[in-house]
Each structure stands twice: as structure tokens, then as C-alpha cells.
Design a protein around this ligand. Structure first.
Ligand SMILES: [Zn+2]
Ligand SMILES: [Zn+2]
Length: 142
């Protein structure tokens, strides 16, 4: 797995560093986590990596397109490794759990705007808000 991450870093001309590999590994195992959780995951295995280094890595990986940053309204920014497929997200209003949903049509921008006002639309970001199964069950049993 690590060698995959090395290949991906080299493909976008980023130097292979331990913090970058650690962040990619953390996001591979834990999609849709916020910065604090990434820091906790990375530092569990690499206690010497600083918070600032992890912030910098997240920015570099996002800028390079290896990591996608999503930010549902009212939530902290989350990061994920699944990039480039225009997938969308289900978000639980109650607990904030996030699940991937495939693109509704298979390719960006997914939805046609009823009026584009002359804009060239390349992306429609869809967030499906609702209640996750765990929260729905908890509600019924209350
Ligand atoms: Zn929930
Ligand atoms: Zn996702």
C-alpha cells in the first residue's frame, strides 16, 4: 500500500515524505475525517510529526488533487482519498456521519442547471441531508 502512495505522490511531482505517506494512509483507512482526526490518526503512529506539518500536507495533497476536501454546511472540512469521480455525500443531520454516494449520472457536472447564465458549469456538488440508520433507530427506541 505504501508503494502505491509513493507512486501517487511522484505522479503529481510531490516529494515522498513520511508525513505525506502517513496522511494518505490515514485517509485511506478513514474517509471523511476532519483535520483534528487526521492529526490524531497520524500522530498515533508518528508522534514526532507536528500539527503544522499535517496542515501543510493536507493543503499540498488537496492542491495536487490527491485528496478531496469537502465541507458540508455547518460542518468542519473533511478530507478523503476518493477523488475525480464526482461522487456525492449523504450527511446525517443528527450525528454528522458521512457516506459516499455515486455520481447521479456518472460524470460531472452531474446535474444540468435550469439556467446557466452563460457560465461554463463543470461541477455540481450535491449533499443529501437526512438521518442515518443508527440515528433513526435510536429515535424510534426512545
Ligand atoms: Zn446519524
Ligand atoms: Zn466521499
Amino acid at each position: 500500500m505504501t508503494s502505491d502512495f509513493e507512486t501517487q505522490l511522484r505522479a503529481v511531482s510531490l516529494r515522498v515524505t513520511r508525513p505525506r505517506l502517513a496522511v494518505l494512509a490515514a485517509l485511506h483507512d478513514h474517509p471523511h475525517v476532519d483535520t483534528d482526526r487526521v492529526i490524531a490518526l497520524v500522530r498515533a503512529d508518528h508522534p514526532t510529526v507536528s500539527h503544522q506539518a499535517i496542515y501543510d500536507v493536507l493543503r499540498a495533497l488537496t492542491d495536487a488533487g490527491l485528496v478531496r476536501r469537502i465541507q458540508p454546511a455547518g460542518a468542519t472540512a473533511r478530507y478523503e482519498r476518493r477523488v475525480g469521480d464526482n461522487h456525492h455525500h449523504l450527511v446525517c443531520r443528527s450525528c454528522g456521519a458521512i457516506v459516499d454516494v455515486d455520481c447521479a449520472t456518472g460524470e460531472a457536472p452531474c446535474l444540468d442547471a435550469p439556467g446557466d447564465h452563460g457560465y461554463v458549469v463543470d461541477e455540481a456538488e450535491v449533499v443529501y441531508w437526512g438521518t442515518c440508520p443508527a440515528c433513526a433507530t435510536a429515535r424510534i427506541s426512545q
